[in-house]
Structure formats: C-alpha cells, structure tokens
Design a binder for this molecule. Structure first.
Ligand SMILES: [Zn+2]
Length: 117
C-alpha cells in the first residue's frame, strides 16, 4: 500500500480508538464520581478535571492529528483550510484528490507547516 495512505489510515484508526477509549473511560469515571458522592464529596470541578478533561483531550489531540494530515498530491492539509474543515470529506479540500487514490498521485506525506493551512 501507499505509505501516505497508510499514515492516514493510522491516524484515522488512532482517532477512532480515542473515541472508544473516551467512551470506556466514562464507566470508571462515573464509578469514581459515585464513590465520591457516597462519601460526601460533591466537588464537581475535580470530577470534570479528572475525568472529563482527559477524555476531551484524547479526542481533540487525535482529531487534530487526523485533520492536519497532508494530502499526497498537493501537500496541504487534506481535511482543513483556514476557513473550512470537514473531517468527513472524501476529497482533499484543496485539490480535490479522492481518498485512497492509488498510483503516483498518492505520493508521500511530509511534516506539516502552520503556513500550509
Ligand atoms: Zn490536495
């Protein structure tokens, strides 16, 4: 397979795993919250910081990594520009390259520069 698409596949899979882990994190987080309430601790801020913030952080980090993946053809972020972003886009938002295009257009990705957005 093309290395650029392999990298995209890894980033997409990591994002989906972050979603799964966030959902799985809710159960122990809820049990911790229940335990604290039973013992008279009603500190919601600590709960949100200890349970909610890591969950949102995981999702945000992996979402941003996926959004900033470079298009193999034009080298710009595949799913985002400065004013527009579509994580469900099946074509590059800059050059229109369809996802999973085989062949030499598939090129190779490289590191992202903030000026490329
Ligand atoms: Zn492109």
């Amino acid at each position: 397979m093309n290395p650029a698409w392999d990298e995209y596949r890894r980033r997409r899979r990591a994002f989906h795993m972050a979603l799964l882990w966030a959902l799985l994190w809710i159960l122990p987080g809820s049990l911790i919250r229940r335990f604290l309430v039973i013992n008279g601790v009603h500190d919601r801020l600590a709960f949100y910081l200890g349970v909610g913030l890591p969950m949102v952080g995981w999702i945000a980090v992996f979402h941003i990594r996926r959004m900033l993946w470079r298009c193999p053809r034009c080298g710009r972020p595949f799913h985002a520009s400065w004013l527009y972003g579509n994580p469900f886009s099946s074509h590059c938002v800059h050059c229109g390259l369809p996802l999973w295009t085989p062949g030499p257009e598939g090129g190779q990705g490289s590191s992202l520069n903030i000026d490329d957005l």
